[in-house]
Each structure stands twice: as structure tokens, then as C-alpha cells.
Ligand binder design. Sequence first.
Ligand code: PSV
Ligand code: MN
Ligand code: MN
Length: 389
Amino acid sequence: MSTQLTPEILSTLEKQSIEVPSWAYGNSGTRFKVFGTPGTPRDPFEKIADAAEVNRLTGLAPAVALHIPWDLVDDFSKLRAHAEDLGVQLGTVNSNTFQDDDYKFGALTHEDAAIRRKAIDHHLQCVDVMDETGSRDLKIWLAEGSNYPGQADMRGRQDRLQESLQEIYARLSDDQRLVLEYKFFEPAFYHTDVPDWGTSYAQVASLGEKAMVCLDTGHHAPGTNIEFIVMQLLRLGKLGSFDFNSRFYADDDLIVGAADPFQLFRILVEVVRGDGLNNPDVSFMLDQCHNVEEKIPGQIRSVLNVQEMTARALLLDRDALGAAQRSGDVLGANAIMMDAFYTDVRPALAEWRESRGLPADPMAAYAASGYQAKINADRVGGAQASWGA
Ligand code: PSV
Ligand code: MN
Ligand code: MN
């Protein structure tokens, strides 16, 4: 076994888990076109089966996030048993207040109490689902905001948001949490009600300990130093979860680590620095769509990218870095970071996977498994699941 990855690093990597989103397995696209693909799941049970395949081949993805109502089923205990039979768990429950005409001008922030009531009730229903699925986290991303200056009373909306969140928070049991995701724009273009980590932090801090911030890596303005935000939220004890993905322009939801592997490395360096790795308070999730590539291999590639970059972050020589920082050795400190980043850990990880009974190359193993051909043949008829249905 290669000595590059020490036993200590390997035992840390062995504990890593990354939750995958049910919607990654459905068809998705842009506002221009959603491409259908053979073998796409037709219901939540089939999405879970695909997610379980990712876990079987990588040992990295033991939980699947659900989206309500897209993944609504009559009996969640059956879905839970189905997941457990396949070796995975049902994870975070995502609410959805962005596909209903009533929410055109807001949901939890709406001026009309009846619409706020409906949006709060939807979240309470999500917590009911969590009770049945055994999920810990309710993830709230809100598509609320305005398009034109003067259109909305931004201050009043913050107040109503807090009131609505308080009611949802009060419904959580002791072992459940709420994570509030921020996003700087889209679908609203002038103001967004939870645009940044500061707003999310302010909203959740006044709720209580069970409310945390969700950081989606694709939800920042270009050039934002995301690892600084990671550091700060960890320092404040309020980083509840990551939605990992990558982006070139906006909320592209591309494969994590594909657009900017160095940024992913820098984020993971701060995660390790702030004790956020394998920390139950800090969930690692993917929030991605696979519009043109195959979905299951897309998810396999994604969790492997997170694992690879975590290994590189763990290789960082922190003692040497600390010494360089303290002595003002600017270039020396930077060289230590770059040494870790440029270390190719792929052969060592492949060897290590094999030693644990996993395929050395999970992508190749999937291609050889026959699973895709089987689902292509089996899943004919019925409506294919898509992002949004
Ligand atoms: C919309 O921006 C979004 O991509 C958010 O990141 C959510 O996490 C996701 O959809 C699922 O609701
Ligand atoms: Mn997200
Ligand atoms: Mn997003």
C-alpha cells in the first residue's frame, strides 16, 4: 500500500459520507430544453435504487436527500424500508415553495397571511415526512424576492420570514434540525430575501441551536472567497450543511470539483481546519443536476471528486504551514498549500478502495456492471422523473 496516505488519513477518509440528491437521478435541463434519457427513474423508489448503486460502488454515499412534493409517496415507511434494504438511508428533506402560483410574490415572506399559512403548513408537512423517514434535517431554500426597486418592503419581509421560521422551528423534535440555504439571486433579480450567509445566520441565530446555515457552493457572486465563509460559519458553530456543486457562471449545478478543483480544495482545507470533517453537525450533500451526461456516473464522479480533494486537504502539512505563517514566509506558506493541492492521490485511493473490497475504479465498475442496460430495458413506460416533477 502506498505510504502517501497515512493510516490516520485513511481512517479519516473511511468515515466520510456524502448525501446525494434524489433529483440528480431525474431528468433535468435548462429553461430551453429538458433532455430525456433512457433508464431514468419513474418514481422515488427507482431514484433510491440508483442512489444505492452509487453507494455500492464507492462506499461514500449512504444517504439520499428527498424533495417534497417531488418525492411524495403514500407510505414513507415503505420507501424507508426500500432504502434500508439497499443499504442506504433517507436523508435531508427539502421543501418546495417555488412551483405554485400562490407563491408568485413570496411564501414565508408573503404579505398575505393566508399564503404564509399555506407555506408554513407545507414545511410542517415536511417535518411529518421527516418523522416517518427518520430524517434529521429540513432544508429550506426560498425562491423569494423582488425584481424592481420599490416592488417590495424588504424590511417587512425579513420580519415575516422570522415569524414563519419560528413556527416551523417550534415543530422540530429535539433531534431534528432546520438548515436555511442562501442564494444571492434567481429567480428574483433585484433582491432576494435570503441572499447571503449573513442573512441566513441572522435568521437562524435567533431561532436557536437546532437552526443552522446551508452553504451551497454555487450560490455566490463570482470571485467570492467561499472558503472564508466556510471558516467563519464553522467558527460560529453555524455551518449545518454543504450543497456541493460547481459553476462557471451562475447556479450551474455542475459536478462538484469540475469547474474549479482548487476552490474545492481550499474549501476542504478550511473544513479540516475548523473540525468540520466527519462532524455530524456539518452535513456534506450534493446539489447537482446532470443535464447532458449520464446521471449515475455523474454522481459517482462527484463523490469521488469530494473524496480526492478531501485526501489532498488532509495531506496539507499544517505544522510547516503554521511555521511559515508565523515567520511571515509568504511564498513558503503558499508553496506548502500548492504542494498538497498538486499531489495526485488517485492511484493511492484506488489501491485503498481495493483493499476494502470496493472497485479500484468505480466509474469503470459501473460501466461494466450492466446496471445501466438493465434499467434502460426495465424502465419503459410511465413518466420519467424530472427536476420539478
Ligand atoms: C435552487 O437554487 C436550488 O438549486 C437550491 O440550491 C436548492 O438547494 C435546490 O434548488 C433544491 O431545491
Ligand atoms: Mn442547493
Ligand atoms: Mn441552487
